[in-house]
Design a protein around this ligand. Structure first.
Ligand SMILES: [Zn+2]
Length: 299
């Protein structure tokens, strides 16, 4: 089983009850944080975890809303662990430079804490792995692969595929439909995809808002990507404009219906979905067993 927890379903536009883009992928003993948007550690705490529990942070691209709280993850991991516990950060080329700048911005804080706490005698240990495509080698028994996505002019950007216990889950990040994402989705059980409502955004009389149309997917396009890959469950997140809190999102789901016949999931922050191995059903073929649990966002 792989569990998907939508830690943050918001976007760059601040919302009182939707944190910034972040998704938790839990597989066996491992917990992977995909992107680290606004409020990520508050949501992680609500999910019963903290920065010390993270196996790695995987960044899909370097847009600010996906990395705003990466500094918080680095610092909190450091001060909440009592033996040196390096934080592994995986991301596209350019991640190393961004993390070096974050570390530079934290230098005064590191100096204060090292001077004040006798048992804290070294700065945070951060290992950055820059990836382009193929296997991402990390400890543990979860297979992780990545491929280039298309979020131009934001380049490079990547998506990730997690495989464990006979289940494959893809985290796409921000992208338009593209061959790299198709390769990750091929035969996957679930796809977590950021989306915007192009039918609404196209009518907003502000060019800066309309500019977002050309480098995101709509629910319809995400559904087409999921269908091409034979994906069982499509999980939509990063709602622009925001779905009213507690809303069904049925209008979003309806947009996928002409393109995708699988399960569509969306919800408030902390919405959790368990993806179970496909089970052969004699005489019928196979079926995806899926359970979902409604989360409660604490704001
Ligand atoms: Zn982006």
């Amino acid at each position: 089983m792989i569990a998907i927890t939508l830690l943050g379903t918001g976007s760059p536009i601040p919302s009182p009850d939707r944190a910034g883009p972040a998704t938790l992928i839990s597989a066996g003993e491992e917990h992977y944080l995909v992107d680290a948007g606004r409020g990520v550690l508050m949501r992680l705490a609500a999910a019963g975890l903290g920065a010390p529990n993270l196996s790695a942070v995987l960044i899909t691209h370097l847009h600010s809303d996906h990395i705003t709280d990466l500094n918080d993850v680095i610092t909190t991991r450091w001060v909440m662990t009592f033996v040196p516990t390096p934080l592994t950060i995986v991301g596209p080329v350019g991640t190393k430079a961004v993390v070096e700048h974050i570390m530079a911005s934290l230098e005064p804080d590191m100096a204060y804490r090292i001077a004040h706490h006798h048992d804290l005698d070294a700065p945070p240990q951060v290992d950055v792995i820059e990836v382009t495509e193929g296997d991402v080698t990390l400890p543990g028994d979860v297979r992780i692969t990545c491929a280039q996505t298309d979020h131009k002019p934001v380049e490079p950007s990547v998506g990730f595929r997690f495989e464990h216990d006979g289940v494959a889950v893809v985290a796409a990040g921000d992208t338009v439909p593209c061959p790299g994402l198709d390769s990750l989705c091929d035969g996957a059980d679930a796809l977590v995809h950021t989306v915007i409502r192009k039918d609404i955004i196209a009518n907003v009389p502000m060019q800066r808002i309309k500019d977002t149309l050309d480098y995101h997917s709509s629910p319809e396009e995400a559904a087409q990507t999921a269908a091409r890959g034979g994906v069982g469950t499509l999980v939509l997140t990063h709602y622009v404009p925001p779905i009213p809190t507690g809303g069904s999102g049925d209008d979003w789901k309806a947009l996928t219906a002409d393109h995708f016949t699988g399960v569509v999931e969306l919800g408030d922050d902390l919405h959790r979905i368990e993806i179970n191995p496909v089970t052969p059903v004699p005489g019928i073929g196979v079926t995806n067993r899926m359970e979902h649990h409604e989360g409660t966002a604490h704001t």
